[in-house]
Design a protein around this ligand. Structure first.
Ligand code: SMG
Ligand code: MG
Length: 380
């Protein structure tokens, strides 16, 4: 348990980072990442959080401009109110979700604030996020997510490159028209590698027979084939295909995870702290899944070293039995804002330093910053 925290100021910083190569999914092609970083300043330390919302509401309804606005207009004022400050002083980061609970949704904004507060608290106390969350592993296996390509030949080159780098699991982004053939080609070329696919809601239940054509390829899972709110559709689909269904976009909380598991809508859960409102809720989802004997793994949202280091800490919990989307900094960024995270023998080392571990390198951070504002929340 943490010891309580007194916030003096919160900095909101927008940064823009070019991607090393375009990343295409069923909902669009990304060429750079527009991110929002939160820095919380207390009397004892600074803490960092990364808001994982994209520039456009294509992955989910949240997008970066609204996340910044909801923080400024509602979430930060609630944390800075007398009641908010009192709760934070008494209970520290675990109070954040409760203080912010009157405001519906906006989980990515809530997660970034909670992470920064938790990080500040842990840094002040010299404790690591991994230990705080209940992590047990010293390293975690790295999987990599591979975007949709124009040509199969190009895909095979890219996958071959990642396997040569040591990634222990490949995830292919799929959509109608780019599914069975790329999977077949990767299986034929690379054999029995751990392989899975992610549809980002691109199909409907009417595609069940088509999706069953993936069955012979022995995939680890198919991630989010149907719409975010189509829990029953996923439960029905699970009876029509043999590839295990994993939910990503549909799982917003421990409660939705429990419902999805009870309904038979998923066999496996992709846990993304941003999507579920923070690392503390992420641990609760891990616990719910473990109680039902379901595997979980840690998803990715093209985080910088800040968000990614925290994800590595989460992935060190015992229920994370499948490799996460936890790739090295240079998978997406020629220059990360932290010391680059690297993989070694297909694994990433769990940070052991205080808080989430790495911090942004000030010169790099300044160069990529597009706007920054400091909100004074101190009281005499
Ligand atoms: O961070 O390695 C990463 C990206 C992993 O494919 C990835 N994420 O649906 O799981 C997913 C996607 C969401 C982000 S696409 C913009
Ligand atoms: Mg996904």
């Amino acid at each position: 348990m943490t010891q309580g925290v007194d916030i003096e100021a919160i900095e909101l910083r927008r940064i823009a980072l070019p991607l090393v190569a375009p990343f295409r999914t069923s909902f669009g092609t990304q060429t750079d990442r527009d991110a929002l970083l939160v820095k919380v300043v207390t009397g004892d330390a600074e803490g960092w959080g990364e808001c994982v919302a994209d520039a456009d509401p294509l992955y989910s309804s949240e997008y970066i401009a609204t996340q910044e606005e909801v923080m400024r207009g509602f979430l930060i004022p609630a944390l800075a109110s007398d009641a908010g400050r009192h709760a934070l002083r008494q209970h520290g980061a675990p109070a954040v979700a409760r203080v912010l609970s009157p405001f519906k949704g906006h989980r990515m904004a809530k997660a970034a604030l909670e992470t920064a507060i938790l990080d500040a608290e842990l840094r002040a106390e010299g404790r690591s996020l991994a230990r705080e969350l209940g992590g047990v592993a010293a390293t975690v296996p790295s999987g990599v997510s591979v975007g949709i390509m124009d040509e199969i030949a190009q895909l095979l080159d890219v996958v071959g490159g990642y396997l040569a780098e040591g990634y222990v699991r490949i995830k292919l982004k799929i959509e109608p028209g780019w599914d069975v053939e790329p999977v077949r080609a990767v299986r034929e070329r690379f054999g029995d590698i751990p392989l899975q696919v992610d549809a980002n809601t691109a199909y409907t239940l009417r595609d069940a027979r088509h999706l069953a054509r993936l069955d012979p390829f022995d995939l680890l899972l198919i991630e989010q084939p149907l719409e975010e709110d189509d829990m029953l559709g996923h439960a029905d689909l699970a009876k029509l295909i043999s590839t295990p269904i994993c939910l990503d976009e549909s799982i917003l909380s421990a409660q939705t995870a429990a419902a999805a598991i009870r309904l038979g809508a998923c066999e496996i859960v992709n846990i993304k702290p941003g999507r579920v409102g923070g690392y503390l809720e992420a641990v609760r989802i891990h616990d719910v899944a473990a109680a039902h004997g379901k595997a979980v793994w840690c998803g990715g949202m093209l985080e910088t070293g800040i968000g990614r280091a925290a994800n590595v800490a989460l992935a060190s919990l015992p229920g994370f039995t499948l490799p996460g989307d936890i790739s090295a900094s240079h998978r997406f960024y020629a220059r990360d804002i932290t010391e680059p995270l690297r993989i070694q023998d297909g694994h990433m080392r769990v940070p052991t330093g205080p808080g989430l571990g790495p911090t942004p390198i000030p010169e790099i951070l300044d160069e990529v910053t597009t706007s920054v504002g400091l909100i004074d929340v101190s009281r005499p």
